[in-house]
Design a protein around this ligand. Structure first.
Ligand SMILES: NC(=O)c1ccc[n+]([C@@H]2O[C@H](COP(=O)([O-])OP(=O)(O)OC[C@H]3O[C@@H](n4cnc5c(N)ncnc54)[C@H](O)[C@@H]3O)[C@@H](O)[C@H]2O)c1
Ligand SMILES: [Zn+2]
Length: 383
């Protein structure tokens, strides 16, 4: 049954289902995000009913293989679903076409063909690589996401963007391809290291600021449980993040308009990430970029002082940085934002909220140009 966005859900034996109803040229059917603590053990039974293929290729990285993927493979095989695990070296460096090719060659050598399905078990890197493999392998086979990081559960497993990096930039080679189903077991986040978890919290705060003031209140009032990763808090983060991201991508599957709101904090965030040579994790850069964007919104469209203070405080409580690192200059940030692949005509655009929970619309668009002088002031105030 369709759960309307924001409606209460029961916590019980059955997994909660969030429907993602996308209509694109190539895809017309909705799919479900299934969420339940300890869902991993239910995946084989559910996949048997999905009947996605005759053979299953789990794609994972060298850390998640030991933690979850080998186990899941064993369970699938025990349930009569022939499965093999294909592992690549952990890390963003593996997000290349060469790694995808290597995985596909191994799959072909083992006799995988058109009747196979791909299962991505891991973080965003795994999802992006496995998703692209599923686009290319035998001209396309179905794929399933089993996200195991907060970034992946909150963000990358929903929305169907798949792809790999080029020496010319991140995510330049890819496609939009929706999975057949997403299985989220929030308990997997218990083994995630503290920084990776905090990085996902930055995207979580971003979602609340974009669309859900009540969720923002929840985050503020439950920081201790969230940091302890209690059963309920992890479940609640997963369901709310997925509802928010799902409701945005449903309206704009191919990133032509409304999906721009998801870019809050990412204009300056991406620049900081690049200028720090990718040594600061993405979520940390998003936290910094969000604070700069909110200062711009504060100066330009009246984003309230009180809301700015609340967001900064929450990010800090979650262990996230809120100031622009001293070694990164205003000039470099401005230059880098204008080179970003989303900067139309060499000028950066900013997604900006008018208050916590509401994004501004500028004419027909959810992003706007901002004078360099204003951006500079916002950066200076964030030192
Ligand atoms: N497709 C999209 O829409 C989208 C959106 C956001 C981010 N991304 C991409 O996602 C990537 C970042 O994802 P990420 O942050 O998940 O990184 P990641 O996949 O590299 O995972 C981070 C680390 O956590 C480990 N890990 C994964 N699950 C674990 C668990 N449960 N317990 C312990 N360790 C675990 C991994 O092995 C890795 O070392 C980037 O490449 C980014 O471009 C894509
Ligand atoms: Zn992000």
């Amino acid at each position: 049954m369709r759960r309307e966005y924001g409606a209460p859900v029961s916590v019980g034996g059955k997994a909660e289902k969030i429907k993602i109803g996308l209509r694109t040229e190539s895809q017309n059917e909705p799919y479900y995000v299934m969420i339940k603590n300890r869902l991993l053990q239910d995946i084989p039974e559910h996949m048997k009913r999905m009947k996605l293929g005759r053979r299953y290729a789990i794609i994972t990285d060298s850390e998640v293989s030991e933690l979850y993927a080998n186990n899941l493979s064993r369970m699938l095989n025990n349930s009569g679903l022939p499965t093999e695990v294909f592992v690549f070296e952990v890390g963003e460096k593996s997000k290349t076409l060469a790694v995808c090719e290597g995985l596909m060659e191994q799959m072909s050598s083992k006799g995988f063909g058109r009747d196979s399905a791909v299962i991505a078990v891991g973080g965003g890197v795994v999802g992006d690589i496995a998703g692209l493999v599923s686009v290319l392998f035998n001209r396309g086979v179905p794929y399933v996401q089993v996200p195991t990081t907060l970034v992946a559960q909150a963000d990358s497993s929903i929305g169907g963007k798949v792809g790999v990096n080029s020496v010319h930039g991140k995510n330049l080679y890819g496609d939009f391809k929706q999975p057949k189903v997403v299985y989220i077991d929030p308990m997997t986040l218990r083994t995630l290291d503290k920084e990776e978890y905090a990085g996902g919290l930055a995207e979580t705060v971003k979602h609340a600021v974009i669309k859900d003031p009540k969720f923002f209140d929840y985050l503020e009032n439950h920081t201790e449980e969230i940091l302890r990763r209690t059963d309920y808090s992890l479940l609640h983060l997963a369901r709310t993040n997925c509802s928010i991201k799902g409701s945005v991508v449903e309206k704009d599957p191919n990133e032509k308009g409304m999906r721009r709101v998801l870019n809050l904090g990412h204009t300056v965030g991406h620049a900081v990430e690049k200028l720090a040579n990718f040594e600061i994790i993405h979520g940390f850069c998003v936290a910094i970029g969000t604070v700069v964007a909110l200062r711009i919104a504060n100066m330009e469209i009246g984003f309230p002082d009180g809301d700015l203070e609340r967001v900064e405080r929450l990010l800090r409580t979650f262990g996230l940085p809120t100031i622009v690192p001293a070694g990164i200059s205003e000039d470099d940030i401005i230059k880098t934002t204008s080179l970003d692949k989303k900067a139309a005509g060499g000028q950066a655009r900013y997604a900006l909220p008018t208050m916590i929970g509401k994004m501004a619309k500028f004419g027909g668009s959810y992003a706007t140009y901002v004078d360099d002088g204003v951006v500079r002031m916002a950066i200076r105030a964030s030192r």
